[in-house]
Ligand binder design. Structure first.
Ligand SMILES: [Zn+2]
Length: 140
């Protein structure tokens, strides 16, 4: 009934990696899956990428999406590229961004802890907890 079933063509359109449906929406093509298909992204990695992006954006004084968009980060967290070539193959990762952020992203994907270079001591370091109550009477 259906034509061409089972035959693989090199000129294949973007397909959902989850269900195999042909993708027509630009956003879905970026994700390489349907918007509503369950995603297989590495949530831990995605979270770290987002943290890293926020830090980067802050350093650059630019909005987060100027570093990478959410969809690009998701695609990275799904693909988990191991090389620059793989990273470059992810939609949204242009040559310029690859040069600027490629090493960081690959390090994150490799599971490395990326400690953003601190330009001097920060006055408001993250409270480790417990420090808040000091200095004030804890009596009720
Ligand atoms: Zn799908």
């Amino acid at each position: 009934m259906t034509r061409g079933g089972g035959k693989r063509r090199t000129r294949s359109p973007a397909r959902c990696r989850v269900c195999g449906k042909t993708l027509t929406d630009a956003g879905e093509m970026k994700l390489m899956r349907c918007d509503d298909c369950p995603c297989e992204l590495d949530e831990a990695l995605y979270g770290r990428l987002r943290d890293w992006r926020a830090e980067r954006a802050r350093q650059l004084g630019q909005p987060a999406y100027c570093v990478f968009t959410d969809k690009t980060l998701m695609a990275i967290a799904e693909a988990v590229p191991g090389t620059e070539g793989e990273l470059a193959g992810i939609p949204g990762v242009g040559g310029r961004k690859l040069g600027r952020f490629g090493a960081d992203v690959l390090a994150l994907c490799a599971g490395e802890e990326l400690v953003p270079a601190a330009d001097g001591p920060s006055p408001d370091d993250l409270p480790e907890g417990g420090a808040r109550t000091s200095g004030k009477s804890s009596e009720k």
